[in-house]
Write a protein that binds this ligand. Structure first.
Ligand code: GLA
Length: 377
């Protein structure tokens, strides 16, 4: 009896973590733009920029350091930071002082994907170190774990870090990065995962983004819910190798997919178009809708695709995509959206009311572009 009570009491801090990621996490991650060239100074500047440029106010609160911060271990086995990050606790304090949260990265294997020290056989110790530093988010990347475990061990391996994070008592978002292997969407939540990558890495080009966003998420919508999300990888918006039309498509797809919105660009220095995409409150509101129901494709004809996402207030977000290389007229039929009668339509990229429509809504959509509307209930 006593043991049972003690176990129940010890479990309380873990319960706190259950409130994490009630909507898809939003923030920034260093990898897509900075790769290995990330350090303490840059992270501070990024946090400063996000606090000042409207990103923090729009909900982008996680400042996440990806791979290459790690050094080896000290005599007691404690993970050390390398010369780029002289004092991780001080950096976490700084990010917190800006009203934001900080994330870090590791691997269950001996080495990370970039060949730095991983958490293999130091899982609990590392989780404690992260908590002591004040870390709020961990991305845990399979990488060299394939050399020391079978792929079928994956669930158990991720559970180990999930348990270790919970045991710290600090709410730490747990981001599973294993490229969608082993149908992670079926077990990601049970190991404590708040999000799980569904595919390999995104690149800053139309082919990569559109394959991941349109094709590889189909059927996964039933696995997303408040607290745990499918993660089609970080944003490339603003990194320069796609057109603004394509970046709007990228942002729209991620919002319809209830995907984490982790900006992957240099947010210290953004064009007006990039800002207008990342900071569009109407689009962010779709992504962050409290119902937490991931959207899906309802119609596809040639290059035209219509996707919908049901929203908490009964409205429906409807995206009219054109994957083709010339402009096209795309139609959303009310019957495909399970709607009837007349409904008001607001265009969320044009910021304009379009009027009331019966049976369907059509729009001219540019090549690789999108028209995103909110159809009122
Ligand atoms: C893997 C991940 C990326 C990034 C790199 C870092 O490729 O999928 O998102 O974290 O490792 O080395």
């Amino acid at each position: 009896m006593r043991t049972a009570l003690l176990v129940a009491l010890l479990a309380i801090p873990a319960g706190l973590a259950a409130d994490l990621a009630q909507t898809p996490p939003m923030g920034w991650n260093s990898w897509n733009k900075f790769n290995r060239n990330i350090d303490d100074k840059t992270v501070r500047e990024i946090a400063d920029a996000m606090a000042a440029n409207g990103m923090k106010d729009a909900g982008y609160i996680y400042v996440n350091i990806d791979d290459t911060w790690e050094a080896g271990r000290d005599a007691q086995g404690n993970i050390q930071t390398n010369e780029k990050f002289p004092d991780m606790k001080a950096l976490a304090d700084y990010v917190h002082s800006k009203g934001m949260k900080i994330g870090i990265y590791s691997s269950p294997g001996p080495k990370t994907c970039a060949g730095f020290e991983g958490s293999y056989q130091h899982e609990e110790q590392d989780a404690k170190t992260y908590a002591a530093w004040g870390i709020d988010y961990l991305k845990y990347d399979w990488c060299s774990a394939r050399k020391v475990y079978q792929q079928s061990d994956m669930q158990r391996v991720y559970q180990k870090m999930g348990d270790a994070l919970k045991a710290t008592g600090r709410p730490i978002v747990f981001s599973l990065c294993q490229y969608g292997l082993e149908d992670v969407w079926k077990w990601g939540a049970t190991v404590g995962g708040n999000l799980w990558r569904t595919t390999g890495d995104i690149s800053d080009n139309w082919r990569s983004m559109s394959q991941i966003g349109f094709d590889k998420q189909v059927g996964l919508e039933k696995y997303a819910a408040p607290g745990h999300w499918n993660d089609p990888d970080m944003l490339e918006v603003g990194n320069g190798m796609m057109t603004y039309e394509e970046y709007r498509t990228h942002m729209t797809l991620w919002a319809i997919l209830a995907a984490p919105l982790l900006a992957g660009n240099d947010v210290r220095n953004m064009t007006e178009e990039t800002k207008a995409i990342l900071l569009n409150r109407d689009v962010i509101a779709i992504d962050q809708d409290k119902l937490g129901q991931q959207g899906y494709r309802v119609a596809k004809q040639d290059a035209a695709e219509v996707w919908m996402r049901s929203l908490e207030d009964g409205d429906i977000a409807v995206a009219l995509f054109n994957r083709g290389s010339g402009p096209a007229r795309v139609t959303a039929n009310w019957s495909d959206l399970k709607l009837s009668g007349k409904h008001k339509v607001r265009d969320l990229w044009a910021h304009a009311e379009r009027g009331s429509f019966k049976d369907s809504f059509s729009a001219e959509v540019p090549a690789h572009g999108v028209v995103l509307v909110r159809v009122k209930k």
